[in-house]
Design a binder for this molecule. Structure first.
Ligand code: SDX
Length: 428
């Protein structure tokens, strides 16, 4: 195969180098396009055909339904690793030794208290505030309480900022959850595991000891692993481009949380449950809603279906669907919603509209059913997605900074008015 691509514009030929990745993906390096042609650029709304970077963190193949973190398959990691181990792998590139994981966890625990003044910010929010908006604000506010973690350049300073956010973010998640439920904002226990501590901080009632449910713990650990990274998705690209201005890790993460909130992205897990509940309230008539999803005149979409990249089954959805069955069975939860979800999936996988468009269940289709069975309210589902995605965002931000990538600044094709003269108001 040639190592160059040739482009012909107005009879003149231009050559551009090809970049081939370790999984044989091929890209045309157009970084010299504008300077070597007469300011010609490319146009690709939504960047469906455009790579923003070279990355060594996550590989996914949408056609084959493959997802790997640093070369390890998501299936193996979900079965054999725990979330903190996967966080270390994503951020630093290798699975940790026992000593490395112990040091990582103790460095994180040393940072797992937040400034008491943050309680005042939490208190200022109405109970009706959406948790994702609260979490984005609290994450950005961390910059004010940790100024030394802002514009970090050395690997050592980056490490300090990373263990800080990994220690404090679960507290912000727990306090966001507890605020909505009128519970005291307290801490967990440094003697617990990372995910155990998250569950205790979220669910401990003030008047009783918290009893850890191993089924819930195992399910949450697996869900967080499955959400941990997904290469250059909307929110991760947002973290990378915000971070490219050197605004610092916490503020960059805050932009990612806001991007994830959208119902077309991470907010879909909440939208899926709301959709399933409305179908259930409407008598469980899945045919009616399948018809609505296919009707071009109807804005209704089958939430939890379709994906920008996966044109095959989302490998995470397969694992989560199996976990949903296990968790509900183990918890003895009979959930009509799960039956409706399975009926919709069965119909969609046979329906030409969905098959022709390669619309399969994605990561969000079943995750909410497990969160609900765990006692997590619907509007906290995307917060749990953010908790899982945190190490991926951190890994991508760190890679962008260590690679000394330039500030992100896409171009445009201007299609507005050409030059015209100002007219006084009485002449308009
Ligand atoms: C996540 O990018 C990532 O990696 C994201 C993520 C991650 O881990 O970070 O995987 C997490 O965001 C998962 C996706 C969660 N979103 C949803 O479940 C919302 C519902 N899905 C859709 O809105 C949609 O499928 C998207 C946004 C996910 C993908 O949209 P695309 O690839 O831009 O597809 P499209 O909008 O161009 O649609 C192609 C066709 C259209 O029909 P035609 O115009 O060809 O006739 O498929 C149709 C669409 O109308 N279509 C759907 C549909 N999704 C696409 N029709 C009905 N229901 C749907 N869900």
């Amino acid at each position: 195969m040639s190592d160059k691509a040739t482009l012909e514009i107005n009879g003149k030929k231009y050559e551009f180098p090809l970049v081939v990745g370790t999984e044989k993906e091929v890209a045309i390096d157009i970084s010299s396009l504008r300077s070597t042609t007469d300011s010609v650029i490319t146009l690709d709304p939504g960047y469906k055909n455009t790579g923003s970077c070279e990355s060594a963190i996550t590989f996914l193949d949408g056609e084959k339904g493959i997802l790997r973190y640093r070369g390890y398959s998501i299936e193996e990691l979900a079965e054999k690793a725990d979330f903190l181990e996967v966080a270390f792998l994503l951020i630093f590139g290798e699975l940790p030794t026992t000593e490395q994981l112990q040091k990582f966890h103790s460095d994180i625990k040393a940072q797992s208290v937040v400034d008491e003044d943050i309680r005042k910010i939490v208190d200022a929010f109405p109970k009706s505030a959406h948790p994702m908006g609260v979490l984005a604000s609290l994450t950005s506010a961390l910059t004010a309480f940790n100024p030394s973690s802002v514009n970090v350049n050395s690997e050592e300073d980056m490490y300090k900022a990373i263990v800080k956010i990994l220690g404090k973010f679960p507290v912000l998640v727990a306090w966001t959850f507890r605020k909505k439920n009128g519970l005291p904002l307290d801490y967990g226990d440094k003697n617990l595991g990372y995910v155990e501590n998250i569950l205790k901080m979220m669910f401990k009632q003030p008047n009783e000891d918290y009893k850890m449910n191993p089924i819930v713990l195992n399910a949450l650990d697996k869900l967080l692993i499955l959400h941990a990274d997904h290469e250059q998705n909307c929110s991760t690209s947002t973290v990378r481009i915000a971070g490219s201005s050197h605004v610092g890790l916490f503020a960059s993460l805050s932009t990612g949380i806001s991007a994830l909130w959208g119902p077309l992205h991470g907010g879909a897990n909440q939208a899926v449950l709301e959709m399933l509940e409305s179908i259930n309230a409407d008598g469980g008539d899945t045919d009616k809603y399948m018809a609505k999803a296919k009707d071009k005149e109807d804005p209704f979409r089958l939430m939890g279906f379709g994906h920008r990249v996966y044109k095959n089954f989302d490998p995470r959805a397969k694992i989560i669907k199996k976990a949903a069955d296990e968790v509900l069975n183990d918890l003895g939860v009979e959930d009509k919603i799960l039956e409706i979800a399975k009926a919709l999936e069965k119909e969609a996988l046979q329906d030409p509209y969905f098959v022709d468009r390669k619309l399969y269940p994605n990561v969000d289709f079943y995750s909410g059913i497990i969160y609900r069975a765990m006692g997590i309210p619907t509007d906290m589902f995307t917060v749990m997605f953010a908790l899982g995605r945190l190490p991926g965002w951190i890994a991508q931000w760190r890679e962008m900074r260590l690679n000394k990538e330039p500030i992100g600044r896409p171009r445009q094709v201007y299609v507005g008015e050409t030059l015209r003269s100002f007219r006084a108001i009485d002449k308009r």
